[in-house]
Design a protein around this ligand. Structure first.
Ligand code: FAD
Ligand code: MG
Length: 328
């Protein structure tokens, strides 16, 4: 064979290779939404095999539904509702016990700002209902007096409450855990690139076309404005804010993140965004830092490895942790 045909073949191979590099297979995306955990959940998976993506997304939603049944305080048959109805410690699944134990760790880290026994306080305010109520100090006192270290009693495989007024509510952590679990289901099904957005708790698997995911963080007072963009790979970004679930009365905003010391909405931040390796930690830390406020909250973030944060203070200042991967 002469040199020319070889050159032609080499050229064709090169052209095909460049074409493949630009379009490696046909990337598809399967994206679906569903109302779970009282919020809109969107799961998007990327890959080449449509059937695999479809089945994986179906499995991920099923996992979140399973966890809602188990962990919701809105459902009378859930493990949490059984715990809240029982005067004595009861046996819960190892999964629920482990989640509560990890929540207790965040409670310790945050000096009690994160508090899973706030169900009684939440019930008094009814922030999420059509008719919210501003409780008096006398109404709040019994609901907050029993809170603090040891209010949720873990004895071997049993979990109980120190007093009947302590009502367990996992609203500050379970959404993140459910997102982590759903991502795990996608991974086990063979998905390598995906996002789960559970009402502002965003968990990400891998990267997107080899590039980081770009997550715009909303301005807490101007819904159409983006504060900044985070560039994230294989991590979770969770925001707790006073602008999603709130009501206003006489010009005062009342929202759903409570200071366990007073039983009233925490007043030191407008929003807190946490970037962490998993959505559960990010979820719980966002709630905790929101209550702690900018100063001690930022110190907590800076003291934790692989955790970054963005805080919008009550007067609208923007505080970023040192390693936050942001751009305009
Ligand atoms: P976050 O800051 O992450 O959490 C705020 C929530 O955490 C509060 O709503 C309260 O539940 C709890 N909390 C408040 N203060 C503290 C504190 N200091 N420490 C720890 N926790 C605190 N909503 C519905 O309207 N209907 C439902 O049926 C429903 N089912 C749910 C089932 C599950 C399993 C979960 C996890 C949530 C459900 N929700 C439901 C939503 C829930 O009520 C909260 O609104 C939601 O979890 C708040 O998430 P967030 O990201 O807005 O705020
Ligand atoms: Mg939270």
């Amino acid at each position: 064979m002469g040199k020319r045909p070889l050159l032609v073949i080499a050229l064709i191979v090169l052209i095909l290779f460049v074409a493949w590099l630009r379009h490696p297979g046909q990337e598809k995306a399967v994206s679906r939404t569903a109302l779970i955990l009282g919020t809109l959940v969107e799961i998007t998976a990327y890959g080449e095999d449509q059937d695999l993506l479809d089945a994986a997304v179906t499995g991920a939603f099923a996992e979140m539904q399973r966890l809602e049944k188990q962990l919701s305080s809105y459902l009378p048959d859930s493990e949490i509702s059984r715990l809240n109805l029982s005067p004595d410690p009861i046996e819960l699944s190892g999964e629920t016990r482990a989640l509560i134990s990890r929540g207790e760790e965040i409670a310790r880290l945050s000096d009690g700002a994160f508090e899973m026994g706030l169900g009684g306080v939440k019930a008094l305010w009814q922030i999420e209902s059509e008719q919210p109520h501003i409780p008096t100090d006398a109404e709040l006192q019994p609901a907050v007096s029993g809170l603090g270290p040891g209010d949720i009693v873990i004895q071997g495989s049993l979990i109980g409450r120190r007093s009947p007024e302590v009502l367990v509510d996992l609203g500050g952590i379970a959404k993140g855990y459910a997102a982590d679990r759903a991502l795990e289901v996608l991974k086990e099904a063979g998905v390598t690139s995906a996002t789960i957005n559970a009402g502002g708790d965003i968990a990400m698997l891998g990267s997107h076309n080899g590039k980081p995911w770009r997550i715009g963080i909303q301005h807490p007072r101007h819904q159409d404005q983006i504060l900044l963009t985070l560039e994230v790979t294989d991590q979770a970004v969770v925001t707790s804010g006073d602008y999603e679930r709130f009501f206003e009365r006489d010009g005062v905003r009342y929202h759903h993140i409570f200071d366990p010391a007073s039983g009233r909405p925490a007043r030191l931040c407008q929003s807190v965004t946490i970037l962490a390796g998993d959505a559960e930690s990010a979820d719980a830390l966002a709630t905790a830092v929101f209550v702690m406020g900018p100063e001690t909250g930022l110190a907590l973030i800076e003291g934790l490895p692989d955790v970054e944060g963005l805080i919008v203070t009550a007067d609208g200042q923007l505080l970023k942790s040192a390693g936050l991967p942001w751009r305009d």
